[in-house]
Design a protein around this ligand. Structure first.
Ligand code: HT9
Ligand code: FE2
Length: 340
């Protein structure tokens, strides 16, 4: 592992006390046109859990689980809440770290789940003189370690159903909905977000029939997002006579708020109302194969970086394009291509 002198875990971040919830949410939605009513609704979800998101604790648990496998100092920085990436970058610079490998707690390609984290890292580095070089570890959505963890957890969730319902229980994979336009432009040639989710779901499902549906829709109502929503899909399955459902949050790597609220609270209430027996598979979390996967990624040859036109930032209606934004870079690139 001589290539890197540190591992940097990069995550979303979440509040850890009631007063942190609103400032955290403001960070998440800054400039994204999320209606105030939606924000207050989501605030109530967090306050219902004592103002504490599970995600930071889950990052700490993952880091502790990684220590025996990774012979490097491990740092951790978030996009939306403490510890912020820029502060972590400062700490790494002070410790003399020169070249870190970044493990991002998001498995799929899209602006939100890939490019935005790369931009977060770049911005944090730009703020810190002497910041280390950061090499992002490759995408792992179809890595055998991630697939094994999700397959194990899906089996466990099936086993929590009454025995007579297991054979015909439907696997319902879920992922965070994103705007349709963001999904269309995801990855090097578009459509990668959904294609990667389907690839992973199919590996986990094996011979069982399965569906992929969406959860946690945000954004302004006039913007189309990926559908169907998981709760609407449960209604459709109940109407079609499905005997039972196992929800598999394949789109996330830990049981954070989008899982414990949107699935375990909201979708579970919908299933009860429908009389549809349902269990929920755990996310990868600290499953031993998921943890050892990170060590395997560190040992791989250095991955190629994402191309400049991969997962472009969404257009913000009525806002000037910031200089040096992904789109500006893309426009410059295509102008160059035209000249050649
Ligand atoms: C693709 C994707 C992932 C998966 C990849 C990854 O893991 O990164 C993800 C994860 C997460 N999303 C999370 C929380 C939120 N996401 C929001 C809003 C949004 N998510 C989006 C996309 C995604 N989000 C988008 C396009 C928006 C609209 C605003 C914008 O364009 O950015 C909002 C705003 C309020 C609302 O929900 O309306 C919140 C609070 C948490 C933390 C959970 C916790 O605290 O435990 C996590 C891990
Ligand atoms: Fe989100």
């Amino acid at each position: 592992m001589g290539r890197y002198d540190a591992l940097l875990v990069v995550s979303f971040g979440g509040p850890e006390k009631p007063e942190d919830v609103m400032p955290f949410l403001e960070n998440v939605v800054r400039g994204r046109g999320v209606p105030r009513e939606r924000l207050l609704e989501v605030e109530a979800h967090y306050q219902g859990f004592g103002g504490v998101s599970p995600i930071n604790g889950q990052c700490r648990d993952l880091i502790e689980a990684l220590r025996p496998h990774v012979d490097l100092p491990i740092y951790w920085g978030n996009r939306n809440w403490h510890p912020f990436l820029a502060d972590t970058m400062r700490e790494m610079a002070a410790d003399g770290v020169r070249r870190a490998a970044a493990f991002i707690t998001a498995a799929y390609s899209s602006y939100s789940s890939c490019r935005q984290y790369l931009d977060d890292i770049a911005r944090a580095r730009a703020e810190v003189p002497g910041a280390p070089e950061v090499v992002r570890l490759r995408h792992y959505f179809d890595h055998p370690g991630f697939v094994a963890a999700m397959t194990d957890h899906t089996r466990e969730a099936l086993d929590r159903l009454p025995p007579e319902l297991r054979a015909d229980a439907r696997l319902v994979f879920t992922a965070h909905s994103i705007p349709v336009s963001m999904a269309a432009s995801s990855g090097p040639s578009g459509g990668a977000y959904e294609a990667q989710l389907r690839a992973t779901a199919s590996l986990v499902a094996g011979d069982r029939p399965w569906d992929l549906v969406w959860q946690s829709r945000s954004g302004p109502p006039q913007v189309p997002w990926l559908e169907p929503d998981v709760c609407d899909h449960l209604e459709a399955l109940a109407a079609a006579g499905a005997p039972a459902v196992v929800l598999v949050p394949i789109g996330f790597v830990s049981d954070h708020m989008e899982v414990v609220y949107d699935l375990d609270t909201e979708a579970a209430a919908k299933a009860r109302e429908l009389g549809l027996p349902m269990t929920r598979a755990a996310t990868a979390g600290t499953h031993p194969r998921f943890v050892s996967m990170v060590a395997e990624l560190l040992a791989e040859p250095e991955p190629a970086a994402c191309g400049a036109s991969c997962c472009p930032a969404p257009r913000r209606p009525g806002r000037p394009e910031p200089a040096g934004s992904t789109q500006a870079a893309q426009a410059a690139q295509s102008a160059q291509a035209v000249q050649e």
